[in-house]
Write a protein that binds this ligand. Structure first.
Ligand SMILES: [Zn+2]
Length: 651
C-alpha cells in the first residue's frame, strides 16, 4: 500500500527544536484573587497568561483533572489567526481549593517570519467543512485509499464540532468509518533558517486497522507527511485462542491496546525509560537464557514497530511470522496482566510488575518470557543447535511452563519453540497457573500443594477454565474430561448457564464478554456476572487446603459465593452453580463418599467418587434447568472419565 510505504519513509521534519521556548516556572506562584467559592479554572489560567505574556495568542483546549487530586491543569495551544500551532502547549496548574496557580509549563513558537494565509481562515463552518471534504478526497486519491469520492452530504459531523477539532463519521475508506481532522499551523524551518508557519490539515484515522497521522498542505494541495502510530501492535485477539497452527485466528491491530487503569503508562515503559523492544513493566521477552539477549536485532530501536505481517502459510522458519509470534506473546501476557488486574489480581494481591506505583505488594517481578526460539522441526538446525535443543527439552522445558516464585521475584514463562508464542489458549492457561500460585502464596498456604492426582487436576482445571471461557466462540470441549479437568467442565457449564451462552436458557444475569475494560473502577453491584464468577473462582484459591480434594475446592467456591456482597443472597445464581456440578455427577451429596483405588503395578493411584446428581433442596424449583440441560449435554459423567482413564492405563 502507498500509505504504508510513505509511513515507512517518514521523517520528522517539522518544528525546529531551537525555536521552542520552554519555561517551567514554579518559583513564585502568584494568581489573581478570586472571591467566588467555585473557581473558573480556565478564567484563572487565562488571566494569568495574559498578565504575564500579554502578546501571546492562545486557545483553551480543555482541563485535565486527576480524580484523586485537587489540582487542575488548564491546557491551551499557542495560536496564529485563531489556528493552533501544532506541538505548542501551555499548561497552567491551579489548586482547586485555593484557586492559586501552582505550576506553569509553556511551550510556544517565537520569531515566525512567514505565516501562510488562505481563504479558509475567513469562511463559515459549512464552507470550511466543504473544503475539508474536498481535501480528504485529495488525500484519499494521493494515498490510493479509495476511488470513491466522499460527498459533503454523506458525511456526518460529530455534534461536538468546534473550530479546533472536527470529528467526521461515515468515511468509506477508514477502518472504523471515522476521521479526526484539525486545522493547524505547522512551523518549519526554511533553507535560510527562518521559520514559516504552514497551514495544514492534520488527519488521524485507521486504515487496515493501523492508525495514521497525515498532514496535508492547504495551499500546496499535497500530502506533506504520513506517520504511522508507533504503538501499533498486530496480534491474535485474546478471545480467539485457537491453537498454534492458525486455526480460527482472528488477527487484528490496535494502537495502545493496554487497559489504562492496569497499565497507566503503557506496556513499553519501566519508570521513565521507554523500551523499543518487547520489554516493559509487566513483561520482558528473551530468546536466550544464558546470554539474556532480548529480541533487539528484530525490534530495531530506530524502527520501533510491533506491527508485523503474517504469511498465510504459517511456518516458524519465516522471519516475519517469528516477529509476529513474539509480538503476540508480548501482547497476550500484557493484556492478561491488565485483565487479571481488573479481576482483582492487582499490586496488593501480588501481581507481576516491576514498578508497582503504590506502596502495596512487592515490585521487581515482571514476567520473564524465555522463548528458546527453536523451530518446531529440526531440519534447519546445525548439529550443535540440535544438541542444545535436546538439552533444553530434557532439562528445562519440552513445551511450555510457568514458574512462580515468591512476590518480588520474577516468574518465568518458558517456551521451547516459537509455535507456542501464538498459542493463546496455552498462554492463558500458563499465566493462570501463575496467578493461582501467587494467590496460594499470599494466603500462606505452604508446600507443594498441587501435586497428587486430585490437586493436580484441580490446578489444571482452573487454568483450563480461564483458557476455555476466554474463547468468545468456544463451546464446552468434551476433551477436557479426558484430562481429568473435571472442574473446568463444571465451571464452564456454570458460566454458560449464568450467561446463557449457546444454551436455550433465558439469561437472567447481565454478563459482558468483553474483558478489555476497567472493571476495577466499577461498583461491585454494577459488575457483570461473568466477572463475579471469575472473581469467586480466583478468590477460592486463597482458602483451600494444601493438596485439596474436589470436595475442598467445591466448598471453597461455595464459601466465596456465600460471602460475596452481590451473589450471596442470589438463590438462582447459587443453584446454577450447584446444577453445573450435579450435572457432572458431583452433586450436593457427593462429599467424601468415594473409594480409593490404587494400581501399585504402575505406581498410579486414582480416587473415585460415585456419581451423585443431587442438588440442595432450595434449588429444587430450578430442577428443570438441570433436567433439560442434561438432555443436551452428553453424559460424560465423572465415573465415565475414570472408566476411560482406567481403560487407557490397562492398555
Ligand atoms: Zn497446566
Amino acid at each position: 500500500y502507498k500509505i504504508t510505504e510513505l509511513a515507512n519513509n517518514y521523517k520528522d521534519i517539522y518544528f525546529a527544536e531551537k525555536q521552542v521556548s520552554f519555561y517551567n516556572d514554579t518559583t513564585d506562584p502568584s494568581s489573581p484573587s478570586y472571591s467566588t467559592s467555585k473557581f473558573d479554572i480556565v478564567k484563572i489560567a487565562e488571566d494569568y497568561i495574559y498578565k504575564k505574556y500579554p502578546d501571546l495568542d492562545i486557545v483553551n483546549v480543555g482541563i485535565v483533572n486527576n480524580e484523586n487530586s485537587l489540582s487542575y491543569i488548564a491546557v491551551f495551544y499557542h495560536v496564529l489567526n485563531n489556528i493552533p500551532i501544532i506541538n505548542s502547549r501551555i499548561a497552567i496548574s491551579v489548586d482547586g481549593e485555593t484557586g492559586k496557580i501552582t505550576n506553569e509549563e509553556i511551550s510556544v513558537v517565537e520569531n515566525i517570519k512567514n505565516v501562510e494565509k488562505n481563504e479558509i481562515l475567513n469562511v463559515d463552518k459549512e464552507a470550511r467543512i466543504k473544503k475539508l471534504v474536498d481535501d480528504i478526497n485529495s488525500v484519499a486519491e494521493q494515498l490510493e485509499l479509495s476511488k470513491n469520492k466522499l460527498k459533503y452530504e454523506d458525511v456526518v459531523i460529530d455534534k461536538d464540532y468546534n473550530k479546533n477539532f472536527i470529528f467526521l463519521k461515515n468515511i468509506p475508506f477508514t477502518t472504523d468509518s471515522t476521521l479526526h481532522a484539525q486545522l493547524i499551523y505547522n512551523c518549519v524551518e526554511e533553507k535560510d533558517n527562518t521559520l514559516s508557519a504552514k497551514l495544514q490539515w492534520q488527519l488521524k484515522f485507521y486504515s487496515s486497522y493501523l492508525y495514521y497521522t497525515v498532514r496535508y498542505g492547504i495551499n500546496d494541495g499535497k500530502v506533506i507527511s504520513v506517520k504511522k502510530n508507533k504503538n501499533n501492535y498486530r496480534f491474535i485477539k485474546y478471545n480467539s485462542p485457537g491453537d498454534n497452527e492458525g486455526r480460527e485466528w482472528e488477527i487484528t491491530s490496535a494502537a495502545n491496546p493496554e487497559i489504562k487503569n492496569a497499565s497507566p503508562y503503557g506496556w513499553n515503559k519501566i519508570g521513565n525509560i521507554t523500551y523499543n523492544v518487547p520489554f516493559g513493566n509487566n513483561v520482558k521477552m528473551y530468546d536466550d537464557y544464558k546470554a539474556r539477549n532480548t529480541f533487539t536485532e528484530i525490534f530495531d530501536e530506530s524502527n520501533f514497530n510491533f506491527d508485523f505481517d503474517i504469511n498465510k502459510d504459517y511456518t516458524n522458519h519465516d522471519e516475519i511470522n517469528r516477529n509476529f509470534a513474539i509480538t503476540n506473546t508480548f501482547y497476550m501476557i500484557n493484556i492478561l496482566h491488565d485483565i487479571y488486574f481488573n479481576l482483582g489480581f492487582d499490586v496488593e494481591a501480588g501481581n507481576f510488575q516491576d514498578i508497582n506505583y503504590t506502596n502495596e505488594g512487592k515490585g521487581n517481578d515482571s514476567v520473564i518470557v524465555l522463548n528458546y526460539n527453536f523451530p518446531s522441526d529440526d531440519s534447519n538446525l546445525s548439529n550443535i543447535q540440535k544438541k542444545y535443543k535436546k538439552y533444553v527439552e530434557n532439562y528445562v522445558v519440552n513445551s511450555m511452563a510457568f514458574t512462580t516464585p515468591e512476590d518480588g521475584q520474577h516468574p518465568v514463562l518458558y517456551m521451547l519453540n516459537i509455535d507456542y508464542a501464538t498459542h493463546n489458549h496455552g498462554l492463558i492457561h500458563e499465566y493462570t497457573h501463575g496467578v493461582v500460585e501467587r494467590y496460594r502464596q499470599k494466603a500462606h498456604i505452604t508446600g507443594d500443594c498441587f501435586s497428587g492426582n486430585e490437586a493436580y487436576a484441580i490446578n489444571e482445571g482452573l487454568s483450563e477454565f480461564f483458557a476455555i471461557t476466554s474463547d468468545a466462540h468456544g463451546e464446552i470441549q468434551q476433551s477436557i474430561y479426558d484430562r481429568l479437568e473435571f472442574f473446568a467442565g463444571a465451571l464452564s457449564d456454570a458460566l454458560f448457564l449464568i450467561c446463557g451462552k449457546d444454551r436455550n436458557i433465558d439469561t437472567h444475569f447481565k454478563c459482558d464478554e468483553n474483558l478489555l475494560q476497567e472493571f476495577k473502577n466499577m461498583k461491585k453491584n454494577e459488575l457483570p456476572y461473568n466477572v463475579h464468577l471469575y472473581q469467586i473462582v480466583l478468590n477460592a484459591s486463597s482458602h483451600f487446603k494444601c493438596h485439596p480434594t474436589y470436595t475442598d475446592w467445591r466448598d471453597a467456591i461455595f464459601n466465596e459465593v456465600d460471602t460475596h456482597p452481590v451473589v450471596r443472597n442470589n438463590r438462582y445464581f447459587k443453584c446454577l452453580l450447584w446444577i453445573s456440578f450435579a450435572n457432572r455427577g458431583f452433586g450436593s451429596n457427593a462429599k467424601e463418599e468415594y473409594t480409593r483405588i490404587s494400581y501399585p503395578e504402575n505406581g498410579i493411584k486414582f480416587e473415585q467418587y460415585e456419581n451423585n446428581f443431587d442438588i440442595p433442596d432450595f434449588c429444587m424449583k430450578y430442577r428443570s434447568v438441570l433436567d433439560n440441560n442434561r438432555m443436551e449435554i452428553e453424559e460424560y459423567t465423572y465415573e465415565k472419565v475414570y472408566e476411560r482413564q482406567l481403560h487407557d492405563n490397562f492398555k
